[in-house]
Design a protein. Structure first.
Length: 402
């Protein structure tokens, strides 16, 4: 199965997406998601300038060898840009291999390990009352798990609370990043009680919360202790994860489950977090962490250490990534949960897919391959527009993690 074409398609149906499309000599096509929110063209040019020319003439069936060639052949290894590019190639090659076999991808990954993929929704609001209303609407739709994010009294804006409740999109098409302001003191003063009110109203629901990289380990330890009685499903990204050892402090103080990994692109960036059991869920995604091939290796390391998967699935991961994630999730033995933010109708128009939601679970469908395609005519109607993720400053102006 020789590769005869490899193209990068950039489009923007409401938000930017980068998609790699590979075509073989016998006309089979495979696609991979190469979107990196706020830095899309960095990956697009890495692919089109340096990777796509190397794919031509190679055997699409040699997936692992291709991964090793692109990873070890780059010299400048790892990092989110290079790994997102490798992820897209890997995903597209798995799509082709499954189509050639006439099977849905999960059948090539060992078949089903479960009947459906547990997903979580997103309830966001400026007030607890708004969040409660949204949690109720998710429960009405059959969700078993909901992430809750609240406005913080005293702050004009914060992560996770956007203008549009259903389609949360943090990237903004302005000339400069939107500036958010942050106060750990105001956050810690309000969020435990807010989550407590949701727990009181929904005693049996899986509740998740994303701190989004903003605390120090000891602040996160304090928050984890205060949330213990609320039995969270997980507390996500409590601190920036460059210093993996920092999570030892959190672990030594609290039993609140911890989830980390959506920004981490390789198994080596997770070795301490997983190896020392400093986390309970690993959040890496097909799109960021080296595709299906590398994500399976991360999941195997996690399996050895009682860590379950909880892949990232925000709207800046395209339906191509969501489809691939669901095949991976259906098969991986130590599955935990899958993030699911529905995409907008125009995004779904560009990326027709067979995956479906039903009563709190998702199913990738039985189409050969990933079960998702890119409609290039529709994509052409939505040209790229640069967009930035927000930046975050403390109340005194000091730069902080967003
Ligand atoms: C968030 C993401 O879904 C999550 O857990 O961390 O929404 C993240 O903010 C975006 O993917 C950034 O583009
Ligand atoms: Mg997150």
């Amino acid at each position: 199965m020789k590769i005869v074409e490899a193209r990068v398609i950039v489009c923007s149906p409401g938000r930017n997406f980068v998609t790699l499309k590979i075509t073989t000599e016998d006309g089979l096509t495979g696609i991979g998601d190469a979107t990196m929110n706020g830095r899309e063209l960095a990956v697009a040019s890495y692919l089109s300038e340096y990777v796509c020319p190397l794919l031509l003439g190679r055997d699409a069936g040699r997936i692992e060898d291709m991964w090793q060639y692109l990873y070890k052949g780059a010299y400048w290894r790892g990092g989110p840009v290079g790994m997102t590019a490798i992820s897209a190639v890997d995903t597209a090659l798995w799509d082709i291999k499954a189509k050639a076999a006439g099977l849905p991808l999960y059948q090539l990954l060992g078949g089903r390990s479960r009947d459906g993929v547990l997903v979580y929704g997103h309830a966001n609001g400026n007030t607890v009352e708004e969040v409660l209303e949204w949690v109720h609407s998710y429960v009405e739709r059959g969700y078993k798990a909901v992430r809750v994010q609240f406005g913080i009294p005293g702050l004009s804006s914060t992560y996770g609370v956007g203008s549009d409740k259903l389609y949360y999109e943090p990237a903004d098409r302005g000339a400069f990043p939107v500036e958010n302001s942050w106060s750990t003191e105001l956050y810690l003063r309000s969020v435990p009680a807010a989550i407590g009110r949701v727990r009181d109203a929904f005693p049996d629901l899986h509740l998740l919360h994303d701190v989004h990289h903003r605390l120090t380990p000891i602040e996160a330890a304090k928050l984890g202790q205060r949330l213990e009685e609320l039995s969270l499903f997980w507390l996500e990204d409590p601190v920036p994860a460059e210093l993996q050892e920092g999570f030892r402090i959190i672990r030594s103080h609290t039993t609140t489950p911890i989830a980390v990994g959506e920004v981490l692109p390789t198994i080596w960036d997770l070795r301490t977090l997983i190896g020392e059991q400093l986390i309970d869920y690993v959040r890496t995604s097909v799109q960021r962490a080296g595709g299906i091939s590398h994500l399976r290796k991360i999941a195997s390391l996690a399996e050895l250490h009682h860590v379950r998967t909880g892949s990232h699935g925000a709207t800046d991961l395209s339906p191509v990534c969501m489809a691939a994630a669901l095949h991976f999730d259906l098969s991986v033995p130590n599955f935990g949960i899958q993030e699911y933010m529905p995409h907008t109708p125009e995004t779904d128009e560009v990326f027709p897919h067979s995956y479906r939601y039903s009563d709190g679970f998702m199913h990738p469908g039985e189409e050969p391959g990933l079960g998702v395609e890119i409609d290039e005519d529709a994509a052409g109607c939505f040209p790229y527009q640069r967009a930035y993720l927000p930046v975050n400053r403390l109340l005194d102006g000091t730069m902080h993690s967003w």
